[in-house]
Design a protein around this ligand. Structure first.
Ligand SMILES: Nc1ncnc2c1ncn2[C@@H]1O[C@H](COP(=O)(O)OP(=O)(O)O)[C@@H](O)[C@H]1O
Ligand SMILES: [Mg+2]
Length: 305
């Protein structure tokens, strides 16, 4: 198949679809009808893309062969199918995250928006930043691609995105991403277009990519990267919020009975602001009891934590 043949065949498919083949072209259409040079048509015929319906001294009538129709039917979904995707199903999304209502609202809107708005969740550890990314991955399935900044270098961001063609890029630990991947990211966040400097090759993504990222530190990020994101700073939980979050996390995610979850939360009140502390206490409580677990994990010798 020569370069440009697909275009020719696409034109012929359109021509046949818009014509009444039985009535108007019972003996096939000729080169004049489709405005394609006779020698080109006879080559397509030899290659099996056309059938010769009629032949006389003055008229050669063709129509597309079954093989050509099949080939074009298979080629079509790739051309058009991916661009008009259904919206992501956001029902029940973020259900397992306690609080952070405004972040939930923002991220949901960004997932549903027609054009991309990239969001960066920033702030100290244990505020559910990664959990937000996990939840998005869960509802988006293959349409999302999960990357951890510190581990993106193996294949390279460019190659991974080119191969997987995700709609949503989830990047945890954005501050740890290497320079090459950061450069690729900068470019693709602007136009949905990646330019690979090495080979000067370009890739046009079928989908407009949207990025949701998380980072503990903002200071590590270059100004140009930062400005491409809507930066949402998550601040450490207040004591009241901490109680609510710990209760929710321990009963729902860790499977503790509600009264035990309440007790761990109360004992940690004023002692820790870190949800991960509560999870560790809950996991060791069956062996140690709550007080002892808190003492060994947070109090006393391990206070540098
Ligand atoms: N608001 C919250 N709702 C539910 N779980 C939470 C919340 N805040 C923290 N957690 C829990 O705390 C732990 C750390 O959360 P993670 O998303 O890894 O935080 P980050 O990425 O901000 O460091 C996880 O087990 C998570 O379930
Ligand atoms: Mg995290």
């Amino acid at each position: 198949m020569k370069e440009g043949d697909i275009e020719l065949l696409t034109g012929l498919v359109k021509f046949e679809n818009s014509a009444d083949m039985e009535k108007e072209y019972r003996i096939g259409w000729s080169w004049r009808h489709v405005r394609i040079w006779p020698s080109t048509l006879s080559r397509l015929f030899k290659d099996g893309y056309l059938e010769n319906v009629f032949r006389s001294n003055s008229y050669t009538g063709y129509r597309l062969s079954e093989a050509a129709k099949e080939l074009m039917a298979r080629a079509e979904p790739e051309e058009t199918g991916q661009t008009n995707n259904e919206p992501i199903a956001t029902g029940g999304l973020f259900e397992d995250i306690v609080g952070h209502e405004d972040v939930k609202e923002l991220l949901t809107a960004c997932l549903l928006a027609e054009k991309p708005v990239h969001v960066l969740l920033a702030g100290p550890p244990a505020l559910a930043k990664s959990l937000f990314l996990w939840d998005i991955e869960r509802v988006a399935g293959k349409r999302a691609l999960w990357l951890v900044g510190s581990a993106t270098s193996k294949a390279g961001l460019w190659d991974v995105v080119a191969e997987r063609q995700p709609e949503i890029l989830l990047i945890d630990e954005l501050d740890k991403m290497n320079a090459a991947d950061t450069a690729a990211l900068l470019s693709l966040m602007e136009g949905g277009r990646l330019v690979r400097a090495k080979r000067g090759r370009e890739l046009n993504l079928h989908n407009q990519l949207r990025v949701v990222a998380a980072s503990n530190r903002l200071s590590m990020l270059s100004p140009e990267l930062r400005s491409r994101f809507a930066v949402r700073m998550l601040t450490a939980y207040s004591r009241g919020d901490y109680l609510i979050v710990v209760r929710g996390v321990l009963s729902r995610r860790e499977g503790l009975p509600q009264d035990l979850a309440d007790e761990v939360a109360r004992r940690l009140d004023g002692v820790s602001q870190d949800v991960r502390d509560a999870i560790r206490v809950a996991r060791l409580a069956p062996q140690l009891g709550i007080d002892r677990a808190i003492k060994l994990l947070i109090g006393g010798e391990s206070s540098e934590k």
